[in-house]
Design a protein. Structure first.
Length: 156
């Protein structure tokens, strides 16, 4: 009986090693996939089209230096609306080209920020869904880009 116990222990150890139960495995558990609580990014949003404009300009906004700043105001109705912009870099070196748009709901002070380059991605065409009505201020700044902007009601 005493001769069988070491044999059983040896088989258990060999079985554990073959099954991969021991070894130099990473002891860190994988991070859980976060559940998005904010509005989806442009790549995640479903596409939609824009209808009647709140703010549209036939010529693009031009930013030749970091000091260029444009401010626009409009009032959105309670219907869903959206912001669409297309960035056209005027310099081939991406470290010098960027654009930022701050959208502030004037009644609540809530600000949403969108952009291209610098701390943002390099997606040139962006479409952002918006939902709350009221008066808004749009502050746009950038460097070495021209930007076509359309802010309008969303089509059903």
């Amino acid at each position: 009986m005493k001769n069988i116990v070491p044999l059983i222990v040896c088989r258990i150890i060999i079985g554990a090693l073959m099954a991969g139960c021991t070894g130099t495995q990473n002891s860190a558990t994988p991070a859980p996939t976060p559940v998005p609580t904010q509005a989806p990014t442009p790549a995640e949003t479903t596409s939609f089209t824009l209808g009647a404009s709140y703010l549209s300009r036939p010529s693009p906004y031009s930013f030749t230096s970091e000091k260029d700043l444009y401010t626009e105001q409009f009032r959105a109705t309670s219907e869903p609306w959206g912001i669409e912009f297309t960035v056209n870099p005027t310099n081939e070196d991406p470290q010098y080209t960027w654009f930022e748009m701050k959208v502030t709901q004037m009644d609540t002070g809530k600000t949403d920020t969108f952009g291209y380059g610098r701390t943002y991605g390099y997606e040139k065409h962006q479409l952002h869904p918006m939902y709350n009505g009221g008066p808004y201020t749009i502050e746009m700044k950038g460097n070495r880009v021209s930007v076509n902007v359309n802010i309008a009601k969303r089509n059903p």
